[in-house]
Design a binder for this molecule. Structure first.
Ligand code: ADP
Ligand code: MG
Length: 409
C-alpha cells in the first residue's frame, strides 16, 4: 500500500480509493485556509468520467454513454467584491498558483492549467454572466491525463462554484446545467485549446448516481439509463495504462477534422445524419476516410444496441459490443496503442465479458466488464501482461456510477 503525493491511496492489489466527498471538501478547505487564513464561502465537487461505449462520437453529433466516477475535483471558493482572481491548485505533485483579474482572463493571454480554472470566468462572461473576482483553492483525486477527464472535472467544479456565488442560478436544475456544460466546453475548446466534444462536461454535471448517461450530442438531450452492475453480479474495471495521453496534440484534432471533412463531402452537417456506408465507400476519396466514417457510424449503432440490451435486462450480453467498439477504434479509427491493446487482450483472455479502450485514445484507460468472480483473475492477467512487456504497472480502479457535480460544504 502506498500513498501518492496527491493523496490517492494505491493498494497495489486492489483499487486506489477515491476520496469521499467529505474528505475532498476538508482537503480543499484546508488548502484554502492555509493559503489565505480565511474560510471559503463553500466547496463544490465535480467528477471525472469514464465512457462505457460511444467513443469519438460526441463531436460527430452522435451518442455516447458515460458514467460519473467517484473521483472528483474539489474547489473551495470565496467570492470577492473586486475583480481580483487568486487560484491555488494542488495537482501533479505540487501546489501551483495564479493571480490576475477577471478582465485579464481572455483566450491566448493564459497558458496551461490556468486556462482550465481561471478560464471558466471568461467562459461565463462570454455567455453574458460576468462573475466578480474570487479566491479559489483546488484539490483533486481524478487521475491526471489518464483519459478520465480531470480537465472537465476541474472546469465543472469551477463553473458550479462561480454560478452559485454569483447568483446566476444555473446549477439547480438540468436545464441550467446544460448551459453550464456548454460554457465549460467553450472553455476547454477556446481557452485551453483542446477540440473535445461535449461528453466529458455533460458526464460531470448531468449524470445521476447509479445510472449511465445516454447523451445525444445532436440535440443535447439525455436519458438516465439504470446501470446496476452489482445487481447483475458484475464489476467494471477501469485499467489505467499510465501510457501518455495528450488530447491537445494533433491526433485528436486530425480525427475530428477528418470527420468534418467527410460530413461535408457526404452532404450532411454531422456524421450522425449519415448511415449509408456503401455510399461512403463509393463517394469518399480514400480508404482512410471511409474507415473513419465506418467507425463513427457503427459506433453510434453499437450505443443504441448496448442501451437496448441494458433496457431489456440483458446486461450480460453487452460484452461483444464493447469488443467490437475496441476493434473499430483500433483498426478503423486508429486511436489505440500497444498498452491499450495489451490491456484489452489480456482482460478478454482472462474471462472479461467485454473490454475496450475508453476516452480519446493513444494511452489512458481501458475498461473491462467482468463477473465479480473473475475480477481478480482479470486484474492479475492484465498486470502480468504488462510486466511481461516491460510496461509501467497499470492501476486498476473498480467503479460504479457516481453522483454528478454538487456543492459539498
Ligand atoms: P484528462 O484526460 O485528465 O482530462 P487533459 O489533458 O484533458 O487530461 O487535462 C489535463 C489538464 O487539465 C492538466 O494538464 C491541467 O492543465 C488541467 N487540470 C486537471 N486537473 C487540474 C487541477 N486539479 N488543477 C488545475 N488544473 C488541472
Ligand atoms: Mg481532458
Amino acid at each position: 500500500m502506498t500513498t501518492t503525493e496527491t493523496g490517492v491511496i494505491v493498494d497495489n492489489d486492489t483499487t486506489p480509493a477515491a476520496w469521499t466527498r467529505t474528505e475532498g471538501a476538508e482537503r480543499a478547505t484546508d488548502l484554502f485556509r492555509r493559503t489565505w487564513d480565511a474560510a471559503p464561502d463553500g466547496v463544490w465537487a465535480s467528477p471525472g468520467r469514464v465512457n462505457i461505449i460511444g467513443e469519438h462520437t460526441d463531436y460527430n453529433g452522435g451518442l455516447c454513454l458515460p458514467i460519473a466516477l467517484p473521483h472528483c475535483t474539489y474547489v473551495a471558493l470565496r467570492r470577492r467584491e473586486d475583480d481580483v482572481v487568486r487560484i491555488v491548485s494542488a495537482f501533479d505533485q505540487s501546489v501551483v498558483d495564479w493571480e490576475g483579474t477577471v478582465e485579464q482572463i481572455v483566450p491566448r493571454a493564459l497558458k496551461g492549467w490556468p486556462t482550465y480554472t481561471a478560464g471558466v470566468a471568461w467562459g461565463l462572461a462570454d455567455a453574458g454572466l460576468r462573475p466578480t473576482g474570487f479566491d479559489a483553492a483546488l484539490v483533486s483525486c481524478v487521475p491526471l491525463g489518464a483519459g478520465l477527464s480531470s480537465s472537465a472535472a476541474v472546469e465543472c467544479a469551477m463553473v458550479l462554484a462561480l454560478d452559485e456565488v454569483n447568483g446566476f442560478g444555473l446549477g439547480g436544475d438540468d436545464e441550467g446545467r446544460a448551459k453550464l456544460v456548454d460554457i465549460a466546453v467553450h472553455v476547454e475548446n477556446d481557452m485551453a485549446g483542446a477540440p473535445t466534444g461535449g461528453m466529458d462536461q455533460a458526464a460531470s454535471l448531468r449524470t445521476t448516481e447509479g445510472h449511465a448517461l445516454l447523451l445525444d450530442c445532436l440535440d443535447g438531450s439525455t436519458r438516465q439509463v439504470p446501470f446496476d452492475l452489482a445487481d447483475a453480479g458484475l464489476e467494471l474495471l477501469v485499467i489505467d495504462t499510465r501510457a501518455k495521453h495528450a488530447l491537445v496534440d494533433g491526433q485528436y484534432a486530425a480525427r475530428r477534422e477528418s470527420c468534418e471533412q467527410a460530413a461535408t463531402m457526404l452532404g450532411v452537417d454531422t456524421l450522425r445524419q449519415f448511415d449509408d456506408l456503401g455510399w461512403a465507400l463509393a463517394n469518399l476519396p480514400d480508404d482512410t476516410m471511409v474507415a473513419r466514417v465506418r467507425h463513427v457510424v457503427t459506433e453510434i449503432a453499437r450505443v443504441q444496441e448496448f442501451v437496448a440490451l441494458v433496457d431489456e435486462g440483458r446486461i450480460l450480453e453487452v460484452g461483444p459490443l464493447m469488443d467490437a467498439s475496441h476493434d473499430s477504434l483500433r483498426d478503423d479509427y486508429e486511436v489505440s496503442c500497444v498498452e491499450l491493446d495489451t490491456a484489452v487482450d489480456a482482460a478478454r483472455a482472462a474471462g472479461a465479458l467485454g473490454a475496450r479502450m475508453t476516452g480519446g485514445g493513444f494511452g489512458g484507460c481501458a475498461i473491462a466488464l467482468v463477473r465479480e468472480a473473475d475480477a481478480d483473475a482479470v486484474r492479475a492477467a492484465v498486470r502480468q501482461a504488462f510486466a511481461g512487456r516491460g510496461f509501467t504497472e497499470p492501476i486498476v480502479h473498480v467503479v460504479t456510477p457516481a453522483a454528478p457535480g454538487a456543492r459539498v460544504s
